[in-house]
Design a protein around this ligand. Sequence first.
Ligand code: NAG
Ligand code: NAG
Length: 240
Amino acid sequence: MYREAFFITCVFAGVLSVPRFNITPCKTGDKVCYTKSSQQLYDMSIAGDPSMNIESLDPVYHKQINGQFAIIEYRMLNTSVEGFRNCHVVESELSLKKNTLVFEMSCPYVVMIGRYDISGTLIAVPIEGSGDLILKCKNYHIFVESDVTVNEGKDGHKHIQIKKFKATGDLRGGMKAQLTNLFNGSSKELADAAMSFANTYWKPVAKEFQGPVITANVKRITKNLNKYLKLIPLESMLFD
Ligand SMILES: *[C@@H]1O[C@H](CO)[C@@H](O)[C@H](O)[C@H]1NC(C)=O
Ligand SMILES: *[C@@H]1O[C@H](CO)[C@@H](O)[C@H](O)[C@H]1NC(C)=O
């Protein structure tokens, strides 16, 4: 009798000690539901949880992001990016047959602040210098295609993990770029021309040069997603 009560208490305590996650379980193939539970997972991943060693990603800090292209090179140093907590998961699709997870997010407002150095041609105008950087972007859509694996975790349940991903972006609402000290402050005309070009032709500018920045941010997001996915059994997210 005591033994049984002890056993039950232990099992109960064991269940309670597993962190509870508010994820809506979905029927296989239910895209509307996938999108909803992806949003829940996304929100958790951005919020993070220091008690579980999961960093918060709003703001997210990047020591260095390098962009190397044929016509331009840049480095962004000590940047922080704010705004990921307001992104919506527009669509999400998981295929366990193809082992893929594909999702699209829309971020109403993302701001990046830090230091930069840059040298090259911004599509049509020369740009060079190093200084402070502020980029304010409106309505950024981010598309992620990832390969996933399903493996048994330490808890004996199956867990999904994102293995590799490809991320692209589509800036839709505009960008305001401010870079101090362009051309070392030696040519106001060239500096103004470069800023005016960036702020007028923000769409092609973002499309050409955003790659490393998008990838750096999605890498941090998927890292957090994977930490949560290690804790949440697949069967508690999917049912048939
Ligand atoms: C970036 O931050 C580190 C640590 O705070 C600092 O040592 C370094 O000088 C910073 N780099 C730039 C370019 O501001
Ligand atoms: C800016 O300054 C750096 C180092 O002081 C120098 O190497 C570079 O040529 C300068 N660039 C311009 C455009 O004046």
